[in-house]
Design a binder for this molecule. Structure first.
Ligand code: ZN
Length: 168
């Protein structure tokens, strides 16, 4: 797995001065470090993790979103979401996997999965700012299995998108 921290430091748990300064400056958070160490420990059992780029983790409420490289998603979802399940168990939060590149539509689809998006459009507000309206397909009468507020926070933090979420 490729991250901003060296794998030697991740393995040993003792950080070199370079890695220490990345934590100190905030370039890499304590959560990033924790996740990177877990991912590294899973490499032996999940060899494709060796090629994964882990950029950072973004938290909101009970959701922890991992920003990974383009094309890295299958590694997390393979074998019945094995890697995600281990992460969720160790971190105690719901894990979302988001690819760093890609357009906003893909980003939103991954963010809301497994719910499906009916429409996405842009709303222009009188003050010149925009909101992105996402209409989701409602499944029966049950309340949606997601925390909309946390999802909105993730979208803002990762892509600076202000979301308005509705159900059809
Ligand atoms: Zn280091």
């Amino acid at each position: 797995m490729k991250t901003a921290l060296c794998s030697f430091c991740l393995k040993s748990g003792i950080l070199c001065s370079k890695c220490q300064s990345k934590i100190k400056s905030g370039e890499v958070s304590e959560t990033d470090l924790k996740i990177a160490r877990i991912l590294l420990s899973l490499e032996a059992a999940n060899p494709t993790l060796q090629d994964v780029h882990f950029h950072k983790a973004v938290e909101a409420d009970d959701i922890l979103a991992l920003i990974v490289g383009r094309g890295d998603m299958p590694t997390f979802f393979g074998q019945g979401r094995k890697v995600i399940k281990v992460l969720e168990e160790k971190v105690g939060k719901k894990i979302r996997i988001l690819e760093e590149c890609g357009d906003d539509r893909k980003f939103l689809e991954d963010l809301f999965a497994p719910l499906s998006i009916v429409t996405i459009n842009t709303i222009w507000l009188p003050d010149g700012t925009t909101e992105t309206r996402v209409i989701l397909r409602k499944r029966g009468r049950n309340p949606p299995p997601i925390k909309v507020k946390a999802i909105k926070e993730i979208a803002k933090k990762v892509r600076d998108i202000t979301l308005r979420v509705e159900f059809d």
